[in-house]
Design a protein around this ligand. Sequence first.
Ligand SMILES: C[S@@+](CC[C@H](N)C(=O)[O-])C[C@H]1O[C@@H](n2cnc3c(N)ncnc32)[C@H](O)[C@@H]1O
Length: 280
Amino acid sequence: MIDKNQYYDYIEEFIDLYSKRPFKINSNGMRFNHSFGIFYILKTRRPKLVIESGVDKGHSTWLIENTLDTEIVCIDPKPHNIIYKAKNGIYFEDDFVGIDWTKFNINNSLCIFDDHQNAYSRLMEMKWWGFKSAIFEDNFPTDEGDSYSIKQAFDETGHERIQLSEGFQQSTLRGKLIRYIEEKVLLKNYWRQSILRKSNKIDKVALDLNLNEYFEIPPIYVNKISHFNKEWSGNYEIKSKPLFKNMEDIPKIEKILTDIPDDQLINEFSYCFISYVKLN
Ligand SMILES: C[S@@+](CC[C@H](N)C(=O)[O-])C[C@H]1O[C@@H](n2cnc3c(N)ncnc32)[C@H](O)[C@@H]1O
């Protein structure tokens, strides 16, 4: 179990580090709350090997490298988007399942999945190779997001369309048409792929069987309304309550506020239920 007070011990140290981040506006990637989640787990679990699946520009790579002295493996099929590279990072353009993990000592490792793939499949793949611990950067609530999440598995609601969130649908006619055809084909050949998952009662049973530890890492502070434009209640309820109710009460917060344009504040304090999981 996590001692709630322990979170507070790390906030000032985190803000000192975060104020030095290379990309002041990390569009497409994690911001303040999720970066704190990664920082907190790295500090408290101290893995010797971190697997980062989903690199993009390299914000999370920078965060890992500057939080802990650890070996880093970075995976992204689109390496041309990478701007910041870890000095001693080992880079792969393949998928997590396409890497020979017997070449690494994974005994004390942490996988950080920010690759928008099926989280339930990722847990099975981890078990296949013998990984135990992971962070899922996005743990989408039911009816949201672009990948099957642990929350959706526990809710038994599946993930029946590629993008569930209203505000993130394809906007052009061409995009809508392609998405429609993609989904039709995927559902027709449903048993052969893992992007879409029908609502089911089985995945929850298997999660209960295999999860040793599972918790949502609390945000430091959140906007009044969620990332999905919904109140923080029902499916959007935050299980681990925000550490601060008022932004002004966060120690040293002014160190980062000066870097962030007003129109970006809402993104900076977004939160998508970043979660830590440990398998049996
Ligand atoms: C949300 S971005 C990652 C942001 C990054 N972690 C950060 O915080 O700055 C998602 C990334 O996942 C990558 N991606 C897509 N499929 C992937 C896969 N199968 N394995 C690893 N990365 C993948 C995309 O190319 C994209 O760069």
